[in-house]
Write a protein that binds this ligand. Structure first.
Ligand code: SF4
Ligand code: SF4
Length: 359
C-alpha cells in the first residue's frame, strides 16, 4: 500500500465528511478563545492552590516545582518552532555551505544519518513518512504563526516539503504511575521539553545539510496519523498512539523537510493486534473519571464534541471536552488512560513519597 494512504485506511476515512481541522477548534484553544465552551478561561492552574492546600498525595509544593522545572524548555525556547530561522556566525559551520545541499548522498544514506542524529540527540524512536496533507491542520491558532483571535492563517507547507520525520519520546514512567497528580504533569512536561529541543536540533541538522527543516510539536499537523504512517504504532481506544515498546507513554513531534528520504511502512500486524486488544480491554475507559473514553465494543466513529473532527469511521472518539474538565479539576493533564494501558508498562501506581525515592 502507498504509505500516504495507510492511516486513511486504518481510520476508515469518510472522504465526504472528513475535512482538515482548524487548530483553534481543539479544546485547549477553545478554553482560551471560545466563550461558548463550558471551561472558557479555565486552565490547569484554576484549582492548583486548592490542591496544594489539600495535602493530597502528589500535590505538594515540591511536586508542583518539579512540574514547573520539567516544562521549562518547552515554555522558554522560542527558537524551536521557527520555520526559517536566520542562521548566523554563531553556528559552528561556514555559512555558505547552507546553500549547498548534500546532493551526492542517496535517500537511504540521508535517512540513516537523520535517524542516527535523532536518536543521538535523545529521541526514543524515529520513523519517516511522506506527508499526507489531510493530516495537516487547515489553519493555525499559534500567535508565533501570526494567528490572533480574529485571524487563523492557513497552514501551507512549501511545495517541495513532502517528508515528515516523526520522533517519539518516552514519558518518564514513575510520574505516569502517579497519575493524575502534579507528578504526572511533570512527566508530560519533561517529554514536551525533550520534544522541543529535539525538533530544534533535528531541524538544524537538516538545515546544516542545506535543506528545509520545519519543526513541529503539536502544531502544524496531527502527530498520531503521521506516526502511524511512519510505522511508530497504532491508534488505541484512548485516542493515543500505542507504541510497541512504550504503549501510550509516548509523546510525538515531527520535522517536515524537502530532504530526500526513504520512508517506513505502517506496522499493520501491530495495528491489527491493537484493534483486537482494545475491543475487549477497555482498561482506559474504566480508569477515566470523566466518561470521555468510549466503552463500545467496536469503534463507532461518532464524533462526541466540537473538539472532535468528524469523518473517521473506525475510531473510538474521545470526548476531549469532558477530558478537559478533568484537567481543570485535577490541575494536571490526568494521564490515567496512559497509566492504565497495559502496553505502557506503568500499571502499578506509586505514591509521591515512593516517586521521590526512585532512582
Ligand atoms: S486524560 Fe484522564 S480524563 Fe482524559 S481521557 Fe484520559 S483518563 Fe479520561
Ligand atoms: S487500555 Fe486497553 S483499551 Fe485502552 S488503549 Fe490500552 S489496550 Fe486499548
Amino acid at each position: 500500500m502507498n504509505p500516504e494512504n495507510a492511516s486513511e485506511k486504518v481510520y476508515g476515512l469518510d472522504k465526504n465528511v472528513y475535512k482538515r481541522f482548524p487548530e483553534h477548534m481543539n479544546c485547549l484553544f477553545r478554553s482560551r478563545l471560545d466563550p461558548t465552551f463550558e471551561y472558557y478561561q479555565q486552565t490547569i492552574r484554576t484549582n492548583m492552590k486548592k490542591h496544594l492546600a489539600s495535602g493530597e498525595d502528589g500535590y505538594s509544593r515540591f511536586d508542583l516545582a518539579l512540574n514547573v522545572a520539567a516544562w521549562t524548555v518547552d515554555m522558554h525556547m522560542p527558537f524551536s518552532f521557527e520555520w526559517n530561522p536566520q542562521l548566523d556566525a554563531h553556528e559552528h559551520m561556514p555559512l555558505d555551505l547552507l546553500d549547498q545541499p548534500t546532493e551526492d548522498s542517496t535517500p537511504e544514506e540521508n535517512t540513516h544519518y537523520v535517524k542516527k542524529a535523532a536518536l543521538y540527540c535523545g529521541a526514543s524512536e524515529v520513523g519517516i513518512t511522506r506527508i499526507n496533507e489531510k493530516w495537516l491542520y487547515s489553519s493555525t491558532a499559534r500567535p508565533y504563526q501570526n494567528a490572533s483571535k480574529d485571524n487563523y492563517p492557513p497552514i501551507k507547507l512549501p511545495q517541495d516539503v513532502t517528508n515528515a520525520i516523526v520522533i517519539g519520546v518516552e514519558m518518564e514512567p514513575n510520574g505516569v504511575k502517579c497519575a493524575p497528580t502534579f507528578l504526572e504533569l511533570a512527566s508530560t512536561g519533561l517529554a514536551y521539553s525533550k520534544m522541543t529541543y529535539l525538533i530544534a536540533m533535528i531541524a538544524q541538522f537538516i538545515r546544516a545539510l542545506g535543506y528545509k527543516g520545519i519543526p513541529s510539536g503539536n502544531d502544524v499537523g496531527l502527530s498520531i496519523p503521521l506516526a502511524i504512517d511512519a510505522g511508530l504504532g497504532a491508534l488505541g481506544r484512548n485516542g493515543l498512539l500505542i507504541n510497541k515498546n512504550y504503549g501510550a507513554r509516548f509523546r510525538l513531534c515531527k520535522v517536515f523537510t524537502n530532504m530526500p528520504l526513504s520512508t517506513d511502512t505502517p506496522d499493520f500486524s501491530f495495528i491489527s493486534r491493537i484493534n483486537k486488544f482494545c475491543s475487549s480491554c477497555k482498561a482506559c475507559a474504566t480508569a477515566c473519571d470523566s466518561g470521555a473514553i468510549s466503552t463500545a465494543d467496536e469503534p463507532d466513529g461518532i464524533a462526541k464534541c466540537p473538539s472532535n473532527n468528524p469523518g473517521v469511521t473506525k475510531k473510538w472518539y474521545v470526548n476531549q471536552d469532558l477530558c478537559y474538565k478533568i484537567w481543570v479539576e485535577h490541575s494536571s493533564d490526568c494521564g490515567k488512560c496512559i497509566q492504565a494501558c497495559p502496553f505502557s508498562k506503568a500499571l502499578a501506581p506509586i505514591t509521591a513519597r515512593e516517586f521521590w525515592k526512585t532512582e
